[in-house]
Design a protein around this ligand. Structure first.
Ligand SMILES: Cc1cc2nc3c(=O)[nH]c(=O)nc-3n(C[C@H](O)[C@H](O)[C@H](O)COP(=O)(O)OP(=O)(O)OC[C@H]3O[C@@H](n4cnc5c(N)ncnc54)[C@H](O)[C@@H]3O)c2cc1C
Length: 415
């Protein structure tokens, strides 16, 4: 069988790798000039297996007015004359119910734990090199209300199999002394020792390196897929910037690019870009003043992770701000917040980046056989958790495609 995968981001590359493990011939078509040049390029790097609760939470109604009024808010919203934006938002708001949050969290945990198992297996067998670290994640709180809510969520997740520790302020500083600038503002933290981090782009490159030289693997960069060639209900080939490419099966794994492709076939995928930003700071001589453990500053929604010799900081959700420009005021606010937590970091040396999270309203990715055409599969819409969920999504899709037992109940993720 020959499978053509559209997109060489973390989802497309993981899908290709999983299918190769099963003996399938794969061709990856990538519009850009490099692997992982899209949203997988410089994201937060968190393998956030235990933190998969959806953004659509009843708490949104309480937080939203405050967020929208604050200049340096983690969330910005610009209404657009775009039916897609309003359809997405209406669905998102409908899902902000605690029963939905509980159900979605449980479903997402099955996929994230599968992802963790698959990645550990690949790591053991292939020794992938992507600045992988497994020293846990600390979610730090400055206000009592959210901290107490997190305590309850930790209890809910404990019932679903997560191991998390609730730490009071003193215990937090013992574990991560670099947070001392928070002083008395620090109320406590949730520590999850099993959480991991890594560089998503290096992960994709490492998968490519493992497959390179294999006669049944081909990566074609600079090959944008423009449309599909149909034969009755089935897809027979794709039209690319370099001509037609035929295959037996096709996987749409193009991140935000998936939307246009699926629309051509009459689909209306509710995948919307949630823009975010990151800073990457080389660590030369700074090791003492930055966290060793991955840290999330909860109220600011900023994540910090050491990825090899770089401190990666990622933050913010901008809705209705397409494009990949980096507004100077937004970046200045981001840097100021980082400096308050870790004073003195030379952030002028940091590399800035913007990316578009391909998000569904529920936060659940879309993984499986498309209803729009035969021989067509979708693996897209991973929102803020693409790295975390990539290996599990690849395992589900490959099992379905090959008619093998699917390792989890994948009904919640089907297109
Ligand atoms: C600021 C920020 C922080 C984040 N932090 C984390 C985190 O800490 N942990 C985590 O798990 N996730 C995180 N994410 C989310 C994660 O980065 C995404 O979910 C993930 O990268 C999506 O991967 P993808 O392969 O679907 O999309 P992409 O990485 O965008 O890849 C899709 C590829 O398909 C190509 N393509 C598109 N259309 C076509 C076409 N027609 N023909 C050929 N090629 C095409 C594109 O060029 C692109 O290279 C973050 C995202 C952002 C923006």
């Amino acid at each position: 069988m020959h499978v053509c995968i559209i997109g060489a981001g973390v989802i497309g590359m993981s899908t290709a790798f999983m299918l190769r493990q099963k003996g399938v011939r794969v061709t990856v078509l990538e519009a850009g000039k490099e692997i992982a040049g899209g949203t997988s390029f410089a994201n937060g790097g968190q393998l956030s297996y235990s933190y998969v609760a959806p953004l659509a939470d009843p708490g949104v109604f309480k937080d939203l007015p405050r967020w929208l009024l604050k200049k340096d808010s983690p969330l910005r919203f610009r209404p657009a004359l775009d039916p897609q934006q309003w359809r997405w938002l209406m669905r998102f708001l409908q899902l902000c119910r605690s029963d939905v949050v509980r159900r979605t969290t449980a479903q997402m945990l099955t996929l994230s734990y599968l992802s963790r198992d698959v990645l550990r297996d690949w790591q053991a067998r292939f020794g992938l090199e992507f600045a992988h670290q497994s020293n846990g994640k600390l979610i730090v709180f400055r206000s009592t209300g959210p901290f107490e809510h997190a305590r309850e969520q930790a209890q809910l997740q404990a019932d679903l199999g997560s191991t998390q520790q609730v730490l009071e302020a003193g215990q937090v500083l013992e574990l991560e002394p670099s947070l001392q600038a928070l002083g008395t503002r620090l109320k406590g933290a949730i520590y999850t020792p099993s959480e991991e981090a890594g560089d998503t782009r290096l992960f994709c490159e490492s998968l490519h390196t493992c497959m390179q030289g294999d006669a049944d693997y081909q990566l074609l960069l600079d090959h944008a897929v423009h449309s599909f060639v149909r034969e009755g209900r089935d897809i027979r080939a794709v039209r690319t910037s370099h001509g037609e490419i035929a295959a037996d099966q096709f996987v749409v794994a193009g991140g935000m690019g998936s939307v246009g492709l699926l629309r051509q076939l009459g689909g209306q995928p509710l995948i919307y870009p949630l823009k975010g930003y990151s800073l990457s700071l080389p660590l030369d001589g700074l090791s003492q003043s930055v966290p060793a453990i991955s840290v999330t500053d909860y109220e600011r929604r900023i994540v910090y992770a050491r990825l090899g010799q770089v401190l990666r900081m990622a933050a913010m959700v901008d809705i209705g701000f397409g494009g990949l420009d980096i507004p100077p005021a937004r970046m200045a606010g981001f840097k100021q917040q980082v400096n308050e937590l870790f004073p003195g970091l030379p952030l002028e040396q940091a590399q800035t980046w913007a990316g578009l999270r391909p998000a569904t309203p529920s936060g659940k990715p879309v993984v499986g056989a498309s209803q729009l055409a035969g021989r067509l599969w979708v693996n897209a819409g991973h929102g803020a958790l693409g790295f975390t969920l990539a290996c599990g999504s690849a395992a589900v899709l490959a099992a379905r495609m090959l008619g093998e037992p699917v390792p989890i109940d994948d009904a919640p993720f089907r297109p």
